[in-house]
Design a protein. Structure first.
Length: 91
């Protein structure tokens, strides 16, 4: 019997059905067999909603904006450090 977890979407990242382990099952020796058994256990699994094009563009824009903000903060700090070093510290 397979345990059901609320955050499990059924993808197999690494096949842990390795010969020699105590949970080894010869019937599930391949990842495809495991997926088939998962489909039998929970056939009506809700995958989630798909974002619209507008939402995708909005999320991408704000992710790029956040990255550029971080780059701007580091660049400003680097320039201020350089100016401080050139005109105050090493003078």
């Amino acid at each position: 019997m397979l345990k059901e977890y609320p955050d499990d979407d059924g993808r197999v990242i690494c096949d842990m059905n390795v010969e020699g382990m105590r949970w080894y099952n010869r019937n599930l020796s391949k990842v495809d067999d495991y997926r088939k058994s998962r489909e039998k256990a929970a056939p009506h699994r809700n995958v989630g909603e798909v974002m619209t094009r507008r939402e995708t563009v909005r999320y991408t824009f704000y992710a790029v904006l956040a990255g550029l903000t971080i780059v701007a903060v580091f660049a400003t700090a680097w320039i201020l450090l350089w100016l401080f070093s050139a005109y105050v510290w090493f003078k």
